[in-house]
Unconditional design. Structure first.
Length: 107
């Protein structure tokens, strides 16, 4: 994640204040409650691990990384981006990996 995006997201959070949250956070919560976890499929290609959502109803989520730990963080950020939630709200969103599979849901 670029420093510019992190700074922009932090500024938005400061401007909105703690009493206001982005609408996407509500939509994210509702999606997971109604449809369950989002499952990802990963493959290695040219030294990168590429993850693609298998069952996201609003299209596809695709991201890549060099390591599994980095991929985990990027998948969480990509889910937030799909719902237009700034990354500074990652803690409030509470997206976690479910079990040993490559599925992600709310904690």
């Amino acid at each position: 994640m670029s420093y510019g995006k992190v700074i922009k997201d932090m500024l938005l959070k400061l401007l909105w204040g703690k009493s206001s949250v982005p609408r996407g956070l509500y939509e994210l919560d509702r999606y997971f409650r109604v449809h369950g976890p989002i499952e990802f499929e990963s493959r290695e290609e040219d030294g990168l691990i590429i993850a693609t959502s298998k069952d996201f109803l609003q299209g596809s989520i695709v991201t890549f990384a060099e390591t599994r730990d980095e991929l985990d963080a990027k998948i969480k950020d990509a889910i937030l981006t799909a719902f237009e939630v700034p990354s500074s709200y990652a803690k409030e969103a509470g997206i976690k990996r479910v079990g040993e599979s490559e599925s992600y849901a709310l904690a």
